[in-house]
Design a protein around this ligand. Structure first.
Ligand code: CMP
Length: 134
């Protein structure tokens, strides 16, 4: 069984959509191992998104992700990383397939409802930042 990380972003938390998104995961047979609602410090946010450092949207991304509460989930299933990314949909909700999380709950590229790890290595790093540091 593989583990991955999902984060519900500030606008979805503000809109009270955490429950529906968690229910979506459970209906798709993910096991929830750990779950935490918290707010990123600026330092942790920069480390969490370090792979995007230097890109034009990086500062905006850090300021957005630290703007409110988020929910982090460690979840498990066979082929969890790829299965979750398929269910989450394209980064830009405008490109996401109907039925995917970002199609249903996303607004735009910045407010795209959730983040899902892109590899088992990223999942390990992100889980570490969220569950052991912040
Ligand atoms: P996420 O999966 O959390 O990973 C990085 C985030 O940066 C991404 O979702 C988007 O919300 C945000 N972002 C903003 N602009 C861009 C862009 N041009 N390309 C990719 N991601 C972007």
């Amino acid at each position: 069984m593989e583990k991955t990380f999902l984060m519900i972003k500030p606008e979805a938390v503000e809109n009270g959509q955490q429950g529906e998104i968690i229910d979506y995961l459970l209906k798709n047979r993910f096991n929830i191992l750990r779950m935490k609602q918290f707010r990123f410090s600026e330092d942790s946010a920069r480390r969490f998104y370090a792979m995007h450092e230097g890109k034009p949207f990086f500062e905006d991304l850090v300021s957005y992700i630290t703007s409110g509460g988020v929910v982090g989930l460690e979840i498990q299933k066979e082929s969890a990383v790829t299965t979750l990314r398929e269910l989450v949909g394209a980064t830009d909700p405008a490109d996401a397939r109907p039925g995917t999380v970002r199609y249903i709950y996303g607004t735009d590229l910045r407010k795209n409802a959730v983040h899902a790890s892109d590899s088992p290595e990223s999942a390990e790093k992100e889980l570490d930042i969220v569950f052991t540091e912040d």
